[in-house]
Write a protein that binds this ligand. Structure first.
Ligand SMILES: NC(=O)C1=CN([C@@H]2O[C@H](COP(=O)(O)OP(=O)(O)OC[C@H]3O[C@@H](n4cnc5c(N)ncnc54)[C@H](O)[C@@H]3O)[C@@H](O)[C@H]2O)C=CC1
Ligand SMILES: O=C(O)C(=O)COP(=O)(O)O
Length: 349
């Protein structure tokens, strides 16, 4: 079998390359592993004559696809879950399938979400930063409202304000999480939480019953009924016209005052004003947010002056392993293409 020509700017893992090498000649594109995005001309010049091209975030326009198709392009791969850097409509019209890597970072985001949940529920970052800004373990004489003072109490105390201390955290075992959006990431969060001894509730009208059963989640048809049951609410929605700002005042009003709210999906699904108000007026206890409406978040954003919100800079999906899963999925489908087997992950939206 003659080897097909492939160009790639996404990383391919050695194990996956080994499987492909008998069938392909793979050219590494010069901008691989750099943050520099190529121009249309560069892509056309470097990829001309290749039957398949595997991109990551490179901007693949209609012109690029058309010109490469004339030179033999038949398959586009994108090592991302959502290939929004590729003109998928144009590719579809030209009969070129776009394979992608759905859920490539679903473990990464799910683990990060649980990490944030543990952090806010156990006050890890807050006490860490407290230490740095002069809050130390209280002396035994400073300990109050503790029945047995002989216990070693890891209690923090503010030097400037001796009566203040961090509120105590909670255990997750036996607590209830409500998952909004039970897709790739939501399902992984559900599985981890069930394994930690939490009760899992979920709202996602588009998932079949089997999905809920497979992750031990109790299905809710109405989020407003689910929310008061939850100690923690974690959002894993995709952005659609319907989900934009879907999580609004009504949701925060339905949540309990001691509840925790986590969003590692997209800021767009939350109404900004309602979340700021819920946290500042203590309608809910704590928030953890990896995604902001403007990124990077402006320095004067109210979250930066609140002591009940944990902020991270859109980090949840970034891990070495998520690139490995993408490599595995794309290599598998490239091999399917070469061996004339059905493709497993073709972008169809
Ligand atoms: N923070 C980060 O670094 C990352 C964030 N993400 C984001 O996480 C989110 C989830 O990603 P995946 O789980 O991979 O997506 P997915 O497409 O597998 O899951 C989304 C779920 O939302 C549900 N949904 C859609 N409309 C709904 C509605 N109106 N009401 C309730 N549920 C609805 C869908 O049925 C689906 O099950 C996306 O917004 C994605 O962009 C993804 C990767 C990294
Ligand atoms: O939504 C995010 O933050 C992502 O990282 C999306 O993942 P993707 O780049 O589509 O694989």
């Amino acid at each position: 079998m003659e080897k097909i020509k492939v160009a790639a700017s996404m990383e391919l893992w050695p194990d996956h390359l080994k499987k492909l090498e008998p069938y392909c000649e793979i050219k590494r594109l010069p901008w691989t592993a750099t943050d520099i995005l190529p121009t249309e001309e560069e892509i056309i010049e470097e990829c001309g004559g290749c039957e398949a091209v595997l991109f990551y975030t490179d901007p693949v326009t209609e012109r690029v696809i058309r010109e490469l198709r004339e030179k033999g392009l038949r398959l586009i791969g994108c090592g991302r879950a959502t290939p929004n850097n590729i003109d998928t409509r144009a590719a579809g019209e030209m009969g070129i399938p776009v394979i992608h890597a759905p859920g490539r970072n679903a473990h990464s985001v799910a683990e990060y979400t649980v990490g944030m949940m543990l952090d806010i529920c156990k006050r890890i970052s807050f006490t860490y930063h407290g230490l740095w800004s002069g809050r130390f373990l209280a002396d035994e004489k400073d300990i109050y409202d503790v029945p047995d003072k002989k216990d070693v109490i890891w209690r923090f105390k503010d030097r400037e304000n001796p009566r203040s201390s961090y509120p105590w955290g909670i255990d997750l075992y036996g607590r209830t999480i409500g998952i909004v959006g039970l897709g790739h990431i939501g399902q992984n969060v559900a599985k981890i939480c069930a394994g930690m001894g939490m009760e899992v509730l979920a709202y996602d009208p588009f998932q079949p019953e089997e999905t809920f059963e497979s992750v031990c989640a109790k299905r809710y048809e109405d989020p407003v009924q689910m929310l008061p049951e939850c100690d923690i609410v974690s959002v894993h929605l995709s952005v659609t016209p319907e989900t934009k700002a879907m999580i609004d005042e009504e949701w925060f009003d339905a949540m309990r005052q001691d509840a925790y709210f986590i969003n590692t999906s997209r800021a767009a699904v939350v109404d900004q004003k309602s979340l700021i108000e819920a946290l500042s007026k203590k309608k809910i206890a704590f928030g953890a947010v990896d995604v902001m409406w403007d990124e990077p978040a402006p320095k004067n954003h109210p979250f930066f002056s609140m002591d009940n919100v944990l902020l991270t800079p859109h980090m949840a999906g970034i891990s070495t392993d998520s690139k490995k899963w993408a490599s595995e999925m794309i290599a598998e489908d490239l091999l399917n293409y070469i061996l004339e087997q059905p493709l497993l992950r073709v972008w169809d939206r």
